[in-house]
Design a binder for this molecule. Sequence first.
Ligand code: FPP
Length: 258
Amino acid sequence: MLRTVDAAPSHYGPRHTMTEQPKHIALIMDGNGRWAHARGLPRRQGHEHGVEAAARAVQACAERSVKHLTLFAFSHSNWKRPKDEVELLMRLCMQFADDHRQEWVRRSIRLEVIGALDELPRATRLSIERAIAETRGGERMVLTLALGYAGRHDLVGAVRAIAARAQAGLLLPEEIDEQRLRAFMTTGNMPDPDLVIRTGGEKRLSDFLLFECANAELFFADEMWPDFDDALLERALAAFSRRQRRFGRTAEQLAQGA
Ligand code: FPP
């Protein structure tokens, strides 16, 4: 049974503490290569099945009325992969947008991007931009793709922009706070993730939404990403619902509704 939130969400730690359904789920989709290797298949096929799993995740989250879903589709460090694998991943991102754009419009899903869209190959960028433009009116769920994304880069970019403003006399140091920092990050428009799910058995964040995950619950699954399914999502949601999010307060304070 889902519980409703009693307070307007705040970036700085919601007042509510009962652990209801997450509003924002972020997915670290790891294990495509190992999934393929275990089946004697080329890595390429792991990524291809990974895209299908990503489409399942979008559908499953939309059906559960999750308001924000963020997929770590291509990290900044993924640029270091072999050229043909990078090209494949770029092509898959393009196909993902092209194949699902109309469905997202129908389902009222809005596509957004964090990271460095401008660093992607032109064809991929154009497909993503087209999907962003056509899904602009979507209100049911925001689907964000992290592309060329690195949490530290995002922070550094924001700090640089703020420093330039301060240097130009447009901003005083004492005016810099969390809210202003966020405004200069590519994640500035999204609420913080409540739940991060990582497949593939590794237990780390890999520079994904570092600043934004300050209070996120983390769920690590041993399944490889192409095996992502409804049952795995349900397990993660069940684990989330059992956790008490205290945001620094004591359990007693929570019981008193503080
Ligand atoms: C990790 O698998 C996965 C990635 C490199 C990023 C995720 C990419 C996809 C799921 C495909 C594209 C997705 C979309 C939404 C277009 P890995 O290769 O690191 O796996 P391994 O650790 O087993 O080698």
